[in-house]
Design a binder for this molecule. Structure first.
Ligand SMILES: CC(C)(COP(=O)(O)OP(=O)(O)OC[C@H]1O[C@@H](n2cnc3c(N)ncnc32)[C@H](O)[C@@H]1OP(=O)(O)O)[C@@H](O)C(=O)NCCC(=O)NCCS
Length: 165
């Protein structure tokens, strides 16, 4: 049996203990239009957590690998849906499977901790080939809806998944 390499990361809420680490996460300048208007992207995330656009509460998240900040994103929880926003992997850590591992960790978190949530959704720019490949390979499909000028993609959250023996 082949055993694939897995990428070991951990997810943390951005808080008083790690917000400066989150600010170290930077994308390439040409990638910025796909994820935020300014960087560090964590600054935009933290501003939105304060402002709460559309009245929704945001949770700011940091991705760590071996204690080093390698990515950021935010989650917004609304009824049966969780929205993944401002997802950015640091430019020096891209193409190492970190985004894929982070998406899978978020899905596991929702399966285990948010029984009312049945969909993880996000938007992705039509020119963002990398992100579309990532989301397609992690089970997202376009819904046909648009939000803020971008197509909406969705992945089902399945609770009570049978345990593997
Ligand atoms: C898109 C992004 C999040 C991917 O992060 P990453 O950690 O490099 O992605 P991974 O290494 O986990 O790659 C997973 C899959 O995504 C796709 N992918 C990632 N980067 C890619 C690239 N530059 N070109 C084409 N496909 C790419 C591939 O299908 C890849 O699988 P593979 O390595 O088996 O081919 C990262 O490039 C990024 O932060 N970009 C700028 C911000 C952004 O676009 N965020 C998404 C907003 S919707």
């Amino acid at each position: 049996m082949a055993i694939e390499d897995t990428v070991a990361i951990s997810l943390r809420t951005i808080d008083n203990s790690n917000w400066r680490q989150a600010l170290q996460v930077l994308v390439e300048p040409e990638q910025l239009r796909f994820v935020a208007d300014h960087q560090p992207v964590a600054l935009v995330i933290l501003a939105k957590c304060y402002v709460q656009p559309s009245g929704v509460e945001w949770t700011p998240c940091l991705i760590l690998q071996d204690g080093e900040p390698v990515g950021v994103f935010a989650l917004a929880f609304t009824d049966a849906t969780t929205v993944l926003i401002n997802f950015a992997i640091d430019r020096n850590h891209q193409r190492k499977g970190i985004a894929r591992a982070a998406v899978e960790d978020v899905v596991t978190l929702l399966e285990e901790k948010r029984p009312g949530c049945d969909r993880l959704i996000l938007t992705v720019h039509p020119d963002n080939v990398a992100a579309q490949a990532l989301y397609r390979s992690t089970g997202f499909v376009p819904t046909g809806d648009w939000s803020d000028g971008e197509p909406v993609w969705s992945r089902a959250i399945v609770h009570d998944r049978p345990t593997r023996s």
